[in-house]
Design a protein around this ligand. Structure first.
Ligand SMILES: [Zn+2]
Length: 107
């Protein structure tokens, strides 16, 4: 059970990293739409995923958000929600994951 939970956290973490590199947090409308889409699909269920969701919601509403990294809670040094240190750290993890489970290409 614990392993399964760990897998889930990892899965959500990778999804957050992917979204974080794609999204432009300056564009409120875009973030609002993304938040709605994620909420509808119930993509996130772990505390980390829900924390990320909450940030998206706040940005969409134009609320003031914490300038802290959602992963390490350190100061943010860029315009995303994850600090550069964490992005670099977890970038390696992303590639490991790809090697282990090759993405199946649809015909
Ligand atoms: Zn960080």
């Amino acid at each position: 059970m614990a392993d399964k939970n760990e897998e889930l956290i990892k899965k959500e973490l990778l999804m957050i990293l992917k979204l974080n590199s794609k999204l432009n947090y300056q564009r409120k409308e875009e973030i609002k739409k993304m938040h709605a889409a994620i909420a509808e699909r119930k993509m996130f269920t772990t505390p980390l995923g829900l924390k990320y969701m909450k940030r998206l919601e706040q940005i969409g509403k134009g609320e003031e958000i914490l300038k802290k990294c959602i992963l390490c809670a350190g100061d943010l040094d860029n315009h995303s929600l994850i600090c550069t240190k964490c992005i670099k750290k977890f970038h390696a993890l992303q590639f490991q994951e790809k090697d282990r489970e090759p993405v199946r290409k649809s015909p």
